[in-house]
Design a protein around this ligand. Structure first.
Ligand code: CA
Length: 223
């Protein structure tokens, strides 16, 4: 997932960039409106985080121009201007969400995840990697059009990995996703779980969908 951050306060921009990169997003940062617009028009992003008060070109103008160009990348406005009027104007111009400064990074992350999820759901009802297809609505998994039966937990984990395709998901993250209680990362519970899942999903196939990143976690790659 690639994100563009348009923010003229360099400290804030680099804080966001660093934080998002730690969450395995790839991030471009632009420090003024002109550069931001240029990147938004010429590069492909999954999401744009947009400040409103920017040198050379303000956020609302950028938003107008990219929507005029039929670029419908989700836009999250992040700004200190948080009057109701500002919010309404931003959303009416085509922003998808709005977060006021100062903000909590956790909340920013949650909003980003929600926007990305919404965007991928609108495109289609399937998540895919190679010949593996997950039917989100009907909770079914297919490989080469043959159905694979999974437990709900296995399904949830596979869905989570697929939604985060091309990002390495740490064992800790995965355990937080599977178990509500705090689990001891020293145990091999997650590895055992993944092995079972793999037996159902990958066994007998040449291409292994679920990949192990040694010492870090697991990954599903898009190829
Ligand atoms: Ca600003």
């Amino acid at each position: 997932m690639k994100i563009l951050v348009v923010e003229d306060e360099k400290k804030v921009a680099s804080f966001i960039k660093k934080g998002l990169e730690e969450e395995y997003y790839s991030v471009d940062a632009a420090f003024d409106g002109k550069e931001g617009l240029k990147l938004a028009l010429n590069e492909e992003y999954d999401l744009i985080i947009l400040d409103l008060m920017l040198p050379y070109k303000d956020g609302i103008s950028i938003l107008k121009e990219i929507r005029n160009e039929k670029i419908f990348t989700p836009v999250l406005i992040l700004t200190a201007r948080d009057t109701v009027q500002d919010k309404v104007k931003g959303l009416d111009t085509g922003a998808d969400d709005y977060l006021s400064k100062p903000f909590s990074f956790e909340e920013l992350l949650a909003r980003i995840r929600a926007l990305l999820r919404r965007n991928s759901l609108e495109k289609n009802n399937y998540l895919q990697a190679g010949d593996l297809k997950l039917d989100i609505e009907n909770h079914k998994i297919f490989r080469n059009d043959v159905e694979i039966i999974l437990t709900p937990k296995e399904f949830a984990v596979l869905e989570y990995l697929l939604r985060n395709k091309n990002r390495v998901i740490s064992r800790t993250k995965l355990s937080e996703h599977i178990y509500e209680f705090h689990f001891d990362p020293e145990t091999n519970v997650i590895d055992v779980f993944i092995n079972k899942l793999r037996n159902k999903v990958d066994k007998g196939f040449e291409k292994q969908i679920i990949q192990t990143v040694r010492g870090v976690g697991y990954l599903i790659k898009d190829d």
